[in-house]
Design a protein around this ligand. Sequence first.
Ligand code: SF4
Length: 713
Amino acid sequence: MTAAAQSQPKPTATHCPYCALQCGVLLTGARADIALHGNVAFPVNQGALCIKGWTATEVLNHEERLLRPLKRNARGVLAPVEWDEALDTIAAAFKATQAKYGRDAVGMLGGGSLTNEKAYLLGKFARVALRTANVDYNGRFCMASAAAAANQAFGIDRGLPFPVADIAGAEVILLVGANPAETMPPLMQHFEKQRANGGTLIVVDPRQTLTAQAAHVHLRGMPGSDAALANGLLHLLIREQLLDEAYIAARTENFAAVKAVAATYWPDRVERLTGVSESQLLQTARLLGHARSAMILTAHGAEQHAQGVNNTLAFINLALALGLPGKACSGFGTITGQGNGQGGREHGQKADQLPGYRSIHDAAARQYIAEVWGINASELPGAGKSAYELLQALGGEIKALFALGFNFMVSAPDAHQISARLNQLDFFCTADFFLSETARVADVVLPSAQWAEEEGTLTNLEGRVIRRRRALWPPEEARSDIETLCALAARLGCREQFSYADSEAVFNELRRASAGGLADYSGISYARLDAGEALHWPCPEGSEGTPRLFSESFPTPTGKARFHAVQHQAAVEEPDAEFPLYLTTGRVLAQYQTGAMTRRIAKLNAASGEPCAELHPQVAQRYCLQAGAAITLVTRRGRAQFKVKLTRGIRPDTIFVPFHWGAEQSANHLTIGALDPVSRMPEFKVCAVRIEPALTQNSPFLTLNSLAERQPN
Ligand code: SF4
């Protein structure tokens, strides 16, 4: 090694701030010249990154970064104030609200990208400092259905119960409603290895996405038909005698009820319900049934529905009938989306949950957590409202709101309605990196430290706990949300319970709080992670962690997995004469979630600077539309504007739009707020829509008459 190389400071090994793959990156340099490299030593991405990861340092020094607290002044303008004034204002508003309306009148909302430490502290802050029941997080919009289904079937909710490296060893993979080639491209290297090993990939998606193009079989089912498809495949597996009878008998419960339901999903009925041909159904059933190893993976496409839990359970039934969970290079898994979508749902920021994935209804769990927090169990609130229900209660039962990293003005369904309710609040404050669409309407806005400026841990989509490490100190007056929550708690009379030396001290308390729970982190420490250990939860004290679950049993009372008999149900809103097409929403490669960070990066905007509506050419012909034309999409909730993108890859009865934009380009002005009865997840993936002329003056095509629907030639 040369003398120059020896003098180079060691790179900081940390992780991309965006999705749940949490690709490893190395940061070098100071703030002005910070450089980012893929970390080849991290096995999940092995150095590969997507365009969002490669450009992630650009948000650190962005000119629109929030650097001082803001408070709305007498003229209604957000103006800089000192931290003390901002925090005093928030504490006084919360106290006044609770004195007048009761403790539950203050709501808290967290984000799925917060570190484990922040998610834990947010839940504790709500229950101990505010003593409100109304705390929830934006995972309700992301993973709640997958989580609920996994809990019901397996007794535990870990997105992937095996490392992503196992994908390469699966002979057949059924990938449902996932598009990793565009949403998390580095994951595709594992699918490419699977293909190179002779494996088969089957993709279920209404669109011929990049992932579907890479598949051997593409089932282009109708939006909202997932449970019918899974039940139809199970019908064929039974008919073809391709079940793992020994596994069903030894390791599962309730198959008889599911078998009776599957009997009614004969192939021609399933073809009518799903749009997938009988021959493709049989091909898929045979590929799965004859494979020595197979995986069934679901994602938002199946989960973001008012039937999301049932859809997921239907595919779990399929996996159990094939005897997959717990076998080598096999199983069922869900592909978590948000950066800490997994850890964020384990540590107590959910309305019905305490740290360690404990139920807030469980008396023993309440007692245990109350002791860790130094309070009486009787002081712990009960279950509160889920995120969308909490937003619907703004101005009603909820009079004041604190949101951390949750841009719900863009991410909530039926966003117009939420916007109107927000105006009825007595007080609203938020902490964020930028003045997002949500922060713009707050009374107080606090500037948060960003990913490369903080220490902590996150949990990726395979349940691996990883270290986020600080490479830079936060600029100017931006602060860690941990400091913010502790300073507010002190003002609310809870200084003692919120005194931590650093994020590691918070994590050590989280470890104690999780000990003995389903998501047991007690054996994970910063020291072990910093020494390079790969630790997947559950990891009790002294354990090596659990990269693979279910090899021996399931964490249910009987040790067996449970089948659930589920039926196909039509979407809450089906196309009709007034709204003749399906609308489905999703993500694009160059933007992330609500775009609060990525829409500020020039290279990402150069790739995807505005939302495009994907239409089949048959639809375009019917409405006299050309590629690039401006259109307005209209549903019963509202309207939004898009550019036309023509593709033969989408079903002719369906329009796809991305949800990363706000205001008049907001897909969530269109979506429906119907909720899954169990997970309380909204139906983002399907509603009925029609096409109208664009509202802008300079649209390339414009007359109403030219848009009048006409029959195809
Ligand atoms: Fe970041 Fe996800 Fe892209 Fe990896 S795949 S670089 S974690 S956004």
